[in-house]
Design a protein around this ligand. Sequence first.
Ligand SMILES: Cc1cc2nc3c(=O)[nH]c(=O)nc-3n(C[C@H](O)[C@H](O)[C@H](O)COP(=O)(O)OP(=O)(O)OC[C@H]3O[C@@H](n4cnc5c(N)ncnc54)[C@H](O)[C@@H]3O)c2cc1C
Length: 261
Amino acid sequence: MKIVVLIKQVPDTTEVKLDPRTGTLIREGVPSIINPEDKNALEEALKLKEQMGAQVIVLSMGPPQAEDALREALAMGADEAILLTDRAFAGADTWATATTLGLALKKIGDFDLVLAGRQAIDGDTAQVGPQVAEYLKIPQITYVRELVVEDGKVRAKRAIEDGYEEIEAKLPALLTITKEANTPRYPHAGAIMNAYRERKVTFWGVKDVDANPEQVGLQGSPTQVKRSFSPPPKEPGQIIKSGPAEAAKELVAILRQKNII
Ligand SMILES: Cc1cc2nc3c(=O)[nH]c(=O)nc-3n(C[C@H](O)[C@H](O)[C@H](O)COP(=O)(O)OP(=O)(O)OC[C@H]3O[C@@H](n4cnc5c(N)ncnc54)[C@H](O)[C@@H]3O)c2cc1C
């Protein structure tokens, strides 16, 4: 079985800070990590490798420093790592990102499963997994927290608003994995050293995936960010300083005045 896991390197923060002047993300001083749910996706792939034997390939699109994320994935137990990096891929929206990943998956070929995180903690759209499945015209199951592969099919338990659904799909299929699925393993020190010193990361550019430059990067992006801004900070609350009985009366008066009670 061949499993490809989509890995995005993200800034290590859930608080995206924007430069109010330029409207762009402030990345300086923020360390980068593997997007947390991509680690859950990788953990599922590694569990399948242990259970039934599988080749696990990690695939990322990003700047050259995303190599670090792939080396960490190799240390966790991935067999191969591919980084799609090229100036022509820069400025991609989710559509162009999915097209680029889809082209790379076609080049990898013969995969049985593609696993992605449910959502990236910086872009936060949860669009890329489903868009890659659409691009490849393969079935997709999103929000997966359990999965079983058997007889050329995958059966998955997916979270819905008020419970779970069990869905079966023929392979090849793409699944997006949630953080409830597992606790990702920590690589041991020897594996980390090996991943940095001995293992290979393959770099692919536009020509390697036969991309038309108009399909990828900024040129291939149908959406445009008009403006980015942080919401204005919340006004401080009102503190009632009198004793408890007085404070209760004052609070009731304020709530009445605001038509809350
Ligand atoms: C017009 C426009 C221009 C943009 N320009 C830039 C830019 O210049 N630089 C920039 O950094 N971002 C840019 N972005 C943001 C970029 O498009 C998104 O970060 C990217 O498409 C992933 O979307 P997401 O973060 O919402 O991921 P989600 O859809 O939330 O991610 C879901 C899952 O998809 C997989 N995945 C997502 N992205 C990747 C990836 N790159 N490689 C491998 N797997 C992945 C992961 O498994 C992830 O868990 C731009 C967006 C727009 C709309």
